[in-house]
Write a protein that binds this ligand. Structure first.
Ligand SMILES: Cc1cc2nc3c(=O)[nH]c(=O)nc-3n(C[C@H](O)[C@H](O)[C@H](O)COP(=O)(O)O)c2cc1C
Length: 203
């Protein structure tokens, strides 16, 4: 299984990465025969411009998942298309997702939105049904805000966000000190999310 981890934190090796890695590691341990080959994409390594919007008439409104800006967004999109599953993680920075991460999300949302808004069908979308696990961390706010943001993104791109039977339902949340988080239990939920991902029938 080919799993792509996308880490929206500006701090490599920190909390968001720890939980995304844990989900992927748990998936690997649940697939002893085939394993889970994984690749991690870090937002600070990417060159991602925000959406220009005014160019949509000539580009993404006409051609499915095609943006005229030549930067890393199209390359990340191709990795998402190639992956069997995506684990998407982001922190809460200043009451929002990090700006660099959001630039990438905004561009992908624009490609999906403008194509659909001009009356095109999304049936041919290369991301339809792509299993996606969500991870969000915060310090004093509720990480559920970021989980909702990531969940909306997945729905707009027609992916399949994998939910949990237990709180916070939309994915793994982490609040403050992850090892001692008695509310969100992030490492337990990471194992549950991994199990839910490997149980998706198409995987
Ligand atoms: C620049 C910055 C802004 C932050 N703003 C918020 C915030 O608005 N709400 C919150 O709950 N936590 C905030 N935090 C705390 C982070 O959400 C928390 O430390 C999280 O674990 C960061 O993930 P990371 O370790 O992957 O960077 C902020 C942290 C940083 C570095």
């Amino acid at each position: 299984m080919n799993v792509l981890g996308i880490i929206g934190s500006m701090r490599k090796g920190n909390n968001t990465e720890a939980l995304v890695r844990r989900v992927i590691d748990e998936m690997t341990s649940m697939l002893p025969d085939e394993g889970a080959a994984s690749e991690l994409v870090h937002t600070p390594d990417l060159n991602c411009h925000p959406c220009r919007v005014v160019c949509h008439d000539a580009h993404c409104s006409k051609k499915l998942y095609h943006c005229s800006i030549d930067d890393d967004v199209m390359r990340v999109l191709e990795k998402m298309m190639d992956a069997d599953a995506v684990v998407l993680g982001a922190p809460h920075y200043f009451r929002a997702p990090p700006a660099g991460f959001h630039a990438m999300i905004e561009r992908m949302q624009s490609m999906a939105f403008f194509y659909e808004a001009t009356g095109h069908s999304h049936e041919g979308s290369p991301l339809v049904g792509k299993p996606c696990g969500l991870v969000a961390v915060a310090e004093y706010s509720n990480p559920h805000v970021i989980l909702e943001y990531l969940h909306d993104f997945c729905l707009l791109l027609k992916m399949k966000p994998v939910e949990l039977p237990t709180f916070p339902y939309l994915g793994v949340g982490g609040h403050g000190d992850l090892e001692n988080d008695e509310i969100f239990h992030p490492f337990e939920r990471a194992a549950e999310l991994a199990a839910a991902l490997v149980a998706v029938p198409c995987l």
